[in-house]
Design a protein around this ligand. Structure first.
Ligand code: HEM
Length: 496
């Protein structure tokens, strides 16, 4: 009898909870506060509507039912999802101030020790660290010749490595991350690493594991249920272990820099940070301290390695699948650069086809499909809804890169999306892999330089060949979470 009574009591509480929850959601959405969306369950939110392996695809799918601006509940947290080029531009560009803050993302929050560094921070901290990073990167060569030379040098080393493979099939993953990361290392730490350096290889392995981890189902689950997942064992914990190892590595480098610092002649990004720390040592609210240095360096290193190297790896897979496109790039390289000098960034404007292919690679591969979460800095009337300050917003970059209004064949690889009828390069507003507005990627210029110089150097020297039938090459992502990661594959670099 007693058990029956307790069960009935529990049932009543559950029903009441469900009712309250539903009323709350209807109130939020019905009164025109939040945009409409699927009704969430208590605690689970809309979890059941999301396919763990492909959260961003589920989000795009839901926009077909609820429209381009809708609300989804991740756990109990409402998130406003923006889906198409015009809507994302209206938010990030036309209302940049309101949509310009970083939204809460549990993985990011934990990795950044509660919002340190550029990527995860907000307010004064973000302003200071972003401005400092942009200026220092520029001074150390972003857009300048010296960085171009560093990339050219690294591309030469990479070509040499590929030559050493003697046409045998290789997995390009670590070849690219070693080269790409070295560009960031030379700016941040002042030095490139030898490709055989064991500590460097270990570091890259941890970086790769971190990117794969945040793109995995476990990473997504942690983002939706941080409290529960934080207490459970599982692969998501390796993300934080990897981050700790990378942080330790950075700390060691910072200490080495401290010992040899000459404030009158900074050698690299870390030196500049240390000088700023010195200058602001008596400022109580300063953002220039050890935690800031480690996290800002981690951001550049982390954001600057896996993004570019994954794009290159995915790009080569696409070219393997489309040998006709590779051949057209070869022809353009032969006529504009020839075989006797290294490609330089000036060549890009004279090579519209190669430039278009690289844009199309970035569009098609859609490396960060959901972008990073944003947050409203104040209440706003947007697209007929009143969205309150503090609401998390997902600008779905994938929906922009595949917007049928912008791109004629959104789901096909077609460099024609970026070439006009006269064969000239054609810009497209839907090209937004780096996002837009106030939080636009800090490394856009650097990344675009790297993609051009690495791809043109590789194709100047090699023809790509697949050890398996090209029909068997699968371009669909192997992992689709925070990032889109290509299927593992091998290829042969045949010297030209
Ligand atoms: C293909 C290469 C890359 C892609 C596709 C990419 C994409 C992105 C995206 C989508 C964001 C989020 C912007 C937003 O919040 O709306 C971002 C932010 C950021 N990226 Fe990149 N990125 C790339 C390369 C790089 C490189 C090379 C660096 C380092 C120099 C870098 C550093 C950053 C930083 C520091 C942020 C945070 C900006 C902020 O919150 O203010 N990224 N990137």
């Amino acid at each position: 009898m007693e058990i029956l009574g307790a069960t009935a009591g529990l049932l009543v509480i559950c029903v009441l909870f469900l009712l309250l929850n539903t009323i709350q959601v209807i109130q939020r959405q019905g009164k025109g506060k939040l945009p409409p969306g699927p009704t969430p369950l208590p605690f689970l939110g809309n979890f059941l509507q999301l396919k763990g392996k492909e959260v961003f695809k589920s989000l795009l799918e839901l926009s077909k039912k609820y429209g381009p601006v809708y609300t989804i509940h991740l756990g109990m947290e409402p998130v406003v999802v923006l889906c198409n080029c015009d809507i994302v531009k209206e938010a990030l560009n036309d209302n940049g101030e309101e949509f310009g803050a970083r939204g809460y993302m549990p993985l990011l929050d934990k990795m950044s020790h509660g919002g340190h560094g550029v990527i995860a921070s907000n307010g004064e901290r973000w302003k200071q660290l972003r401005r400092f990073s942009l200026i220092t990167l520029r001074n150390f060569g972003m857009g300048k010749r010296s960085i171009e030379e560093r990339i050219q040098e690294e591309a030469r080393f990479l070509a040499k490595e590929f030559k050493n493979t003697k046409g045998q099939p290789v997995d390009p993953t670590f070849y690219f991350s070693k080269a790409v990361s070295n560009v960031i290392c030379s700016i941040v730490f002042g030095d490139r690493f030898e490709y055989e350096d064991k500590e460097y290889l270990r570091l890259l392995d941890f970086l790769n594991q971190t990117f794969r981890g945040v793109s995995s189902v476990w990473g997504q689950l942690y983002n939706i249920f941080p409290k529960v997942m934080g207490k459970l064992p599982g692969p998501h914990n390796t993300i934080f272990q990897s981050v700790d190892v990378i942080h330790e590595f950075i700390k060691k480098r910072i200490n080495m820099h401290k010992e040899t610092l000459d404030p009158s002649s900074p050698r690299d990004f870390l030196d500049c940070f240390l000088i700023k720390m010195q200058q602001e040592k008596d400022v109580p609210q300063t953002e220039f301290h050890m935690l800031g240095a480690v996290n800002t360096t981690f951001d550049l290193f982390g954001a600057g390695t896996e993004t570019v190297s994954t794009t290159l790896r995915y790009g080569l897979l696409i070219l393997l699948k489309h040998p006709d496109i590779e051949e057209r790039i070869h022809k353009e390289i032969d006529s504009i650069i020839g075989r006797n000098r290294a490609p330089c960034i000036e060549d890009r404007s004279r090579m519209p086809y190669t430039d278009a292919v690289i844009h199309e690679i970035q569009r098609f591969t859609d490396i960060i499909p959901m972008g990073l979460p944003h947050k409203l800095t104040r209440d706003i009337h947007f697209q007929g809804y009143s969205i309150p300050k503090g609401t998390t917003v997902y600008p779905m970059l994938s929906s922009v890169l595949h917007d049928p209004k912008q791109f004629k064949y959104p789901y096909s690889f077609n460099p024609g999306h970026f070439v006009d009828e006269n064969g000239k390069f054609r810009k497209n507003d839907g090209f937004m892999p780096f996002s837009s507005g106030k939080r636009i990627c800090v490394g856009e210029g650097l990344a675009r330089m790297e993609l051009f110089l690495f791809i043109s150097t590789v194709l100047q020297n090699f023809t790509l060949s697949s050890p398996v039938d090209t029909d068997d090459l699968d371009l669909t992502p192997h992992l689709s979470g925070f990032g889109n990661v290509p299927c593992p594959y091998k290829l042969c670099f045949i010297p030209r």
